[in-house]
Design a protein. Structure first.
Length: 409
């Protein structure tokens, strides 16, 4: 059997639905564009004297286009944007050493065989991971019972790599320390997360933004490059999620060296077992969700997860605080296994969003066949809106914990 193949190319960017005959999808830069970009980078690396800003703007525009195809390359453009900041197109600038080094790296990248990024959906890890940092004591991280707690005075010694934080410098700002704590998290536990998407929790909004966009100011770029290396090495996708300082208590204690407080916090965390949580929300087992995602996905968001996203099946999720009934579903493909006591209002909100944005809005609901319940009657009363796409036999093994018999089993 031969897999169907489609190759699309536009402006030098391509999409291949059967990469190397293995059925995998990838984005790539075609040979003509690759050679052109390589020559432009080589010219800039070896240019002596000053360069007109308009010339740099043209090159950076080309490289921004390429960065949308080859993940991570945008980090090597920061030095160029720093050169032209506040300048007019007709001005001239002297090229910096860091910019030349970045052009050298990109030239080597585009000298290789066709640069491409595999479009891969990595399975979602079910572990809970977080980190935190403080300027006064150190940094700490937590991954399902594994921990690290490092004191800056012991950790930052002479001979450390240049991207490590240094007291008295911009790299000792709290935003940098929080990002570095994330780097240390990946350095220690990247191997155990290999091949997965990890939902990582941070209470620092700057860190969340930099990891989502893989972009920052020149101070942060060297550290972001090191993080990128670890993500590529271990084949990891990051899904950073904002968490409040109060909810980030485990890593917060570790970052302050407050071990007695940590022991109390981890005991409380351990006492909330998966079974206890599931008696309230009955999450589908992973194989069933993966099968649904394969047939009806890809899903953009899990509409009803816990506040930390630990039981979410997808990288993005809403929870009790963010409340899916207060969100706009327009243009999204939503997966919803909602609490049955609130399912009627969720279904009604989804219908309203569909009416407001009829194109591109869809959802898959897990609805128990309880024919006397109002949510079931509502869904069945709108056959042009809701369609039953799958039924499971009574007694099927679907949930990570059994549904109590009084609720229908």
């Amino acid at each position: 059997n031969v897999l169907p193949t489609q190759q699309l190319t536009f402006l030098g960017g391509g999409l291949d639905t059967n990469t190397e005959g293995k059925g995998a999808c990838s984005k790539y830069i075609d040979d003509e564009k690759r050679i052109f970009v390589k020559l432009r980078c080589d010219e800039m690396e070896h240019t002596t004297g000053r360069v007109r800003v308009s010339t740099l703007m043209t090159l950076l525009g080309l490289l921004v286009f390429c960065s949308g195809i080859v993940e991570g390359t945008k980090l090597y453009l920061r030095s160029g944007f720093d050169l032209i900041r506040g300048k007019r197109a007709r001005d001239f600038v002297q090229l910096s050493q860091s910019f030349r080094m970045d052009m050298s790296y990109l030239k080597r990248l585009f000298t290789q065989a066709t640069p491409r990024t595999m479009i891969v959906k990595r399975p979602l890890s079910t572990v809970f991971g977080s980190w935190d940092a403080s300027t006064s004591w150190g940094m700490g991280g937590f991954l399902d019972g594994k921990t690290y707690s490092e004191k800056w005075s012991d950790f930052l010694k002479k001979g450390q790599p240049r991207f490590y934080p240094k007291p008295g410098s911009p790299t000792f700002h709290i935003n940098y320390l929080e990002l570095f704590a994330g780097y240390w998290f990946l350095l220690l536990w990247g191997e155990s997360l290999r091949g997965h998407t990890i939902v990582c929790h941070t209470d620092n909004t700057a860190t969340e933004g930099m990891l989502k966009n893989m972009w920052g100011t020149s101070t942060f770029v060297p550290l972001l490059k090191e993080i990128l290396v670890l993500l590529v090495k271990y084949d990891i996708s990051l899904s950073p999620q904002r968490i409040t300082t109060k909810d980030n208590l485990l890593s917060d204690c570790l970052s302050r060296g407050a071990m007695e407080e940590y022991q109390d916090a981890v005991q409380n965390w351990s006492n909330v077992s998966l079974m206890d949580k599931d008696l309230e929300d009955w999450q589908l087992i992973a194989p069933e969700v993966e099968d649904l995602d394969q047939e009806f996905g890809p899903f953009d968001i899990d509409a009803c997860a816990d506040e930390l996203g630990t039981n979410a099946h997808f990288g993005k999720s809403w929870n009790k605080k963010t409340d899916c009934r207060k969100q706009q579903w327009g243009g999204w493909n939503v997966y919803c296994n909602g609490p049955f006591s609130e399912l009627l209002s969720i279904l009604m909100h989804a219908v309203a969003c569909k009416k407001a944005h009829p194109v591109g809005t869809s959802a898959l609901f897990i609805v128990p066949c309880w024919t006397t319940e109002e949510f079931y009657k509502y869904a069945m009363s709108l056959p042009t809106v809701f369609k039953v796409v799958r039924r499971w036999k009574k007694g099927s093994h679907l949930f990570t914990a059994p549904v109590p018999a009084p609720l229908g089993g």
